[in-house]
Ligand binder design. Structure first.
Ligand code: PLP
Length: 498
């Protein structure tokens, strides 16, 4: 079976890819940038290459050190909702730095701006989290680690200390710290690092396109996945299983929606197809979780704050969550900030447990509730409301999704899928049979490289997927430009095929 293992970054080496430019001559330095250890990079591919050096940005565009302009159709790492150089966010940060550059919330100290942001987030949160509490961190990874600690703490104080196991999904991405990296279901995150840790299990990825069996309907596929979850919980013992972690759509694993992407309708173009044609995936998984007292953690690190056209991806996909993690678009990536949101009943149990002497809630970071990050997030949420960003996404989504589905006609594209202002194409050797290319050909990496040459930044994901996720402030003309350039890059790749 074609699985995540195919995402071998080594395959990008001979191409000088991974977003690198080839050096003009082989004599140039083999260590491109001195002391920096590059994240999520095939380090050996840096030999003889030099990283793309991005030095400036404005709106949906960034510029390299030669002055070349790129349409940044990945919003950085899915985060820059308001694009680059937004003066109001810069002002909010600098004003806060001048006023109170840093303070902490340990031992009950109040940082009013963190209180204000927490209240605001709860007011925006899904119904199940009304009255809940917000714990701030700096990254999506640490938000998910916090969720694990909260779940363990809660289960311990309610007399179930052994209820610790966490279920993630193949192709899921929840971060790279030892807990969140374990829940992530991508082999390149686990390789050589001894992950996943033994409290984590994984169930199948909900890509009907890739994993639906011959003759299987989408409804049967969903039933099979729900049965698999139930069998796993029963095999582990329901008293051992704490939670099921799931992104509303799997982002870094390949922009995988729990839906059949082939059935395009006008409603899909509006970005709200899920409301009219539920796949049943999340309700079915939830039913199983409810049966065995397993909590559902919604990882909204990519989908939060309007990416799908709804404030939360869980609303777009009928995923009922008990806990919710968010980050990235919360500050548009200007400063680090994440939030782990927990329901009131969990907070109350944890709070009661600290009544005893020395019963501290022993979790917190130096930068929990950092005032500068909170100031930027509050400003961002103000701009979201004032400029009606959600409505803007809903307006642009039909054009974006129409152009995306148009790419589905290209001979290299087996599947084109998306919702709101996020999408991906999955490249295949043969459309009819969905036969993938040999991984060593690094087809998606080639397309991404050609796109780069055409002034477009998109991203390679596992299994020859190319993702598109522009800033939410992208213009209609820029949406067309993104797809024109990507179409050109696909044709470039087709032209060099042997
Ligand atoms: N969760 C999801 C869904 C993500 O997409 C990511 C990062 O892409 C993370 C968690 C981890 O976030 P961070 O890189 O900020 O640790």
């Amino acid at each position: 079976s074609r699985d995540q293992d195919d995402f071998d970054m080594m395959a990008l080496v001979p191409l000088g890819l991974c977003g690198m430019r080839r050096l003009a001559t082989a004599t140039q330095s083999s260590v491109p940038s001195g002391s920096l250890l590059y994240p999520m990079t095939n380090l050996s591919s840096l030999r003889g290459s030099q990283p793309l050096r991005i030095v400036a940005g404005k709106g949906a565009k960034v510029y390299d050190d030669t002055g070349k302009e790129y349409l940044e159709a990945m919003a950085g790492l899915w985060c820059t909702a308001l694009g680059w150089g937004h003066e109001e966010l810069v002002d909010a940060a600098t004003r806060q730095m001048r006023n109170l550059s840093y303070y902490h919330c340990f031992a009950g100290r109040q940082v009013p701006i963190a209180e204000e942001l927490a209240d605001k987030l709860i007011s925006l949160a899904p119904d199940t989290l009304q009255g809940g509490k917000v714990f701030f961190g700096m990254s999506g990874s640490d938000a998910n680690d916090t969720q694990v600690r909260l779940l363990w703490h809660y289960n311990t104080v309610r007399g179930l200390p052994q209820k610790r196991k966490i279920i993630g999904r193949v192709h899921g991405y929840h971060g790279v710290t030892v807990a969140s990296g374990s829940i992530t279901g991508l082999p390149h995150v686990h390789a050589q690092m001894g992950l996943p840790l033994d409290f984590v299990r994984h169930v199948s990825c909900p890509s009907f396109y890739r994993y639906g069996r011959d003759g299987e309907s989408e409804a049967e596929f969903v039933r099979r996945l729900a049965a698999e979850l139930e069998e796993l919980i029963l095999a582990e013992g329901p008293d051992q299983v704490a939670a099921f972690f799931a992104e509303p759509l799997q982002g870094a694993g390949g922009v995988i929606l729990p839906h059949l992407a082939a059935q395009w309708t006008p409603a899909i173009f509006a970005g709200f197809e899920t409301l009219q044609r539920p796949s049943g995936y999340f309700p079915a998984m939830r039913e199983v979780c409810d049966r065995y007292d397993v909590m559902v953690v919604g990882d909204e690190v990519i989908t939060g704050f309007g990416r799908t056209g709804k404030m939360w991806g869980c609303t777009a996909f009928q995923q009922t969550v008990d806990l919710l993690s968010c980050a990235k678009q919360l500050t548009s990536g200007y400063v680090p900030l994440s939030a782990a949101i927990l329901p009131r009943f969990m907070y109350d149990a944890i709070e009661a447990s600290t009544e005893r002497r020395g019963g501290v809630f022993g979790h917190g970071y130096t930068y929990t509730g950092h005032p500068v990050s909170c100031a930027v997030a509050l400003k961002l949420l103000e701009i979201y409301e004032r400029e009606q960003l959600l409505e803007r996404v809903a307006q642009l989504a039909p054009q974006f999704q129409r152009r995306l589905s148009g790419l589905g006609e290209h001979p290299l594209v087996g599947d084109a899928r998306g919702i709101g202002l996020i999408g991906a194409i999955e490249l295949v050797k043969e459309k009819e049979t969905k036969q993938p290319f040999d991984a060593s050909r690094a087809m998606a990496a080639k397309v991404v490289q050609f796109a780069l040459e055409r002034g477009l930044i998109v991203r390679v994901l596992p299994n020859d997927v190319v993702s598109i996720c522009p800033p939410l402030i992208v213009s209609s003309a820029e949406v067309d430009e993104i797809f024109d350039r990507l179409e050109g890059a696909l044709s470039d790749a087709l032209a060099v095929m042997p």
